[in-house]
Design a protein around this ligand. Structure first.
Ligand SMILES: Nc1ncnc2c1ncn2[C@@H]1O[C@H](COP(=O)(O)OP(=O)(O)OP(=O)(O)O)[C@@H](O)[C@H]1O
Ligand SMILES: [Mg+2]
Length: 386
């Protein structure tokens, strides 16, 4: 990690000697604490920085465990994973990933297209004990069945026409590291049997070869398809599923990550205005409302594309909803109007209390902790009593 990527660390080499510390990740929505014993806290911070979840803000030590405060929001800067997010929904996923990362279990990541499954798989690898080894990814949907087998298992010279030299497959290549099988739901049945055999025996045989080669990999898979449905249809083997999905983590779609669209849009704006050399200052208020209100069927990838296009095409120094090709949202979205929200909550509480008290106003007033005259006033205000 270079100190330039993290404004809070001036001399990372000075942190190398410490051996045990706590990492506390906090955000407006909450915080979580990780305890680690590592070779050096420098390693740990590199790992978190590459994972993209930690910007180190405060460090104590060397003799006592340090408390390192990390902010998921700021974490996006200068890291390979480029992880951005601060919603309760995504923080929950982060905690799950953090918990499963050190355990040597296979993980299936599910979620809609473009929601960040590969980003999370890389984060998982970076937070695991295999982080210094390879992360080898293969997209099972993008490669024809015949080629996929040789890609996965490798081949010996002369195994088939065109096999001019011995070639190591992806599984073998990932030895000691992580093998990421993307779009696992699209793996043909014939290869499912072979993959299952590998997972049971932990050995591969290259095509045209006779030697069994021992391979130690952690398998992480991803799919946007409903694996349970594929199991029922018979297009995915149940025995393979249970080998692959020792732990399953669902990544929520962007529309369910409250506030993340704006956070990410700002992140991508900063990124693209730099790479595209366009001096865009920010988003207009209308653009921010539109970003919040849109349902993002294409998830983070769609957001990324819209911001990129807006940075290139915008006329002014500020991006408006039209630059993002989004319809302007109402000036004040109802969920941000405190008065409306209060009214709604009050009305709901009154209705529930009256129902539970079976119309007995004294009892209803006691239930919601107000006096009887106050309850009368409230009922009148909400038009529930004349
Ligand atoms: N939390 C995030 N922070 C920053 N960028 C993200 C985040 N999640 C996803 N991205 C970016 O969005 C794009 C799509 O992410 P990714 O490829 O991980 O999605 P996916 O779920 O694997 O999609 P698909 O199902 O289409 O393969 C990538 O360019 C990735 O860098
Ligand atoms: Mg993917």
């Amino acid at each position: 990690m270079d100190s330039g990527t993290n404004p809070h660390i001036e001399d990372p080499s000075s942190l190398r000697k410490r051996t045990r510390f706590n990492l506390k990740c906090s955000s407006a929505e909450g915080s979580c604490q990780f305890n680690h014993t590592v070779e050096s806290s420098g390693d740990m911070m590199e790992r978190y920085a590459s994972w993209g979840l930690a910007t180190v803000e405060a460090i104590q030590l060397p003799s006592t465990p340090a408390v390192v405060t990390a902010d998921y929001r700021a974490s996006s800067r200068g890291c390979a994973g480029m992880f951005v997010g601060n919603s309760p929904a995504i923080l929950k996923v982060c905690r799950a990933i953090e918990r499963v990362a050190p355990a040597n279990v296979s993980v299936v990541l599910t979620g809609e297209s473009g929601c960040g499954k590969e980003v999370m798989a890389r984060a998982l690898h970076a937070a695991s004990t295999r982080s210094r080894q390879r992360f080898v990814a293969i997209n099972c949907a993008a490669i024809p069945e015949t080629l996929l087998e040789s890609e996965l298992f490798g081949y010996e010279r002369g195994a088939f026409t065109g096999a001019v030299k011995q070639t190591v497959g992806k599984i073998e290549h990932a030895h000691r590291g992580t093998l990421f099988l993307d779009e696992i739901g699209d793996l043909p049945l014939s290869l499912q049997a072979k993959l299952l055999r590998f997972l049971q025996e932990r050995v591969v045989e290259r095509l045209g070869g006779r030697k069994e080669i021992e391979v130690d990999v952690r398998v992480v898979c991803a799919t946007h398809r409903d694996l349970h449905k594929l199991l029922q249809e018979g297009s995915f083997r149940e025995d393979l599923y249970y080998r692959l999905a020792e732990i399953s983590v669902h990544i929520p779609p962007l529309r369910d990550r409250v506030g993340d669209a704006v956070l990410m849009a700002r992140h991508f704006l900063a990124q693209y205005s730099g790479t595209q050399n366009r001096p865009i200052k920010g988003f207009s208020t209308a653009a921010l409302s539109a970003l919040d209100a849109y349902s993002w069927p294409g998830n983070v990838r769609e957001l990324q594309n819209r911001v990129k296009r807006a940075v290139i095409m915008a006329d002014g120094q500020q991006i408006g909803p039209e630059d993002l090709d989004l319809t302007p949202a109402p000036d004040q979205p109802p969920e941000l109007d405190l008065r409306l929200c209060r009214e709604l909550v009050e009305r709901t509480v009154l209705q529930r209390a009256l129902a539970r008290a079976d119309g007995n106003l004294s009892l209803a007033a006691r239930m919601i902790g107000v006096s009887r005259p106050t309850l009368y006033d409230l009922l009148r205000q909400h038009g529930m009593r004349t």
